[in-house]
Ligand binder design. Structure first.
Ligand code: SAH
Length: 233
């Protein structure tokens, strides 16, 4: 049986930025195998007039330019008809911060449509008009949504079945279960006078699991007490 690949459609003024770094390593191999599909569409193809204008000055005045709602809506309609079941994200510093649980939900679905903003952002009317969900990758401002979209895709693609070598590595990681991950070590056993903790080389798997759990709790409490308070599921 073949299943449809997880399908990402990106709307951008810079389609040449895709797949970019996602064409390399695990995500690139998976793209080559057809585990996921990527289509980067140029918003400018729907631009107006001889110059294919996509932006205009902000109503009410002020600095910068705003992506036009009519141009963006035409680009979205051409890429994803209303019956397309995929969530439609708009990368935006005003959006709900991306979390691992949102990433997991996206990865379990059919794919995603992502609109990348530029300039000062997009005309507000297209957000509700085309059912866009604003998503932020953090409390800082990027110059465009493309790198944010690559972040979303990278986080999703590594969770697709068969992309990561070892399935377990997706389950024990930071944020899964509301904890940051425990520390890792590998050879050499002693490095610059610092040994690998004895418990990890002692072969007692129960003791190792308890030590890792305790370390994860300690690191989370120290660095991200907010995660400790969130619901465990
Ligand atoms: N004037 C806007 C910032 C525009 S930055 C404001 O103050 O909110 C230009 C584009 O970059 C945005 O439209 C968005 O698509 C993208 N972008 C910037 N920062 C982002 C972030 N933290 N997360 C996701 N997308 C971001």
């Amino acid at each position: 049986m073949t299943t449809a690949p997880w399908h990402a459609t990106i709307l951008t003024l810079y389609p040449e930025m895709f797949p970019g770094p996602l064409g390399i390593s695990l995500s690139g191999d998976a793209l080559g195998r057809g585990t996921w599909a990527l289509e980067a569409r140029d918003i400018r193809a729907h631009g107006l007039g001889r110059h294919r204008a996509v932006d205009d000055t902000p109503a009410g005045g002020g600095a910068g330019m705003v992506l036009r709602c009519d141009v963006l809506a035409a680009a979205i309609d051409a890429a994803a008809p209303p019956e397309d079941p995929r969530p439609r994200l708009l990368m935006s510093p005003r959006g709900r911060p991306l979390t691992q649980s949102r990433v997991r939900a996206l990865a379990e679905g059919p794919g995603v449509v992502i609109v990348c903003g530029r300039f000062e952002g997009v005309d507000e009317r297209v957000i509700a008009g085309r059912g866009l969900e604003e998503v932020s990758i953090g409390d800082y401002v990027l110059s465009g949504g493309e790198i944010a979209a690559l972040v979303v895709l990278d986080a999703c693609v590594r969770l697709l079945p068969g992309v990561m070598g070892k399935v377990a590595s997706g389950v024990e990681e930071s944020f899964e279960g509301g904890r940051l991950e425990y520390p890792h070590y590998t050879r050499p056993r002693d490095w610059e006078g610092v040994p690998i903790p004895d418990v990890l080389t002692g072969g007692n798997h129960g003791a190792i699991a308890r030590w890792r759990q305790a370390q994860a709790e300690r690191i989370t409490a120290e660095r991200r007490p907010d995660l400790m308070r969130t619901k465990q599921d």
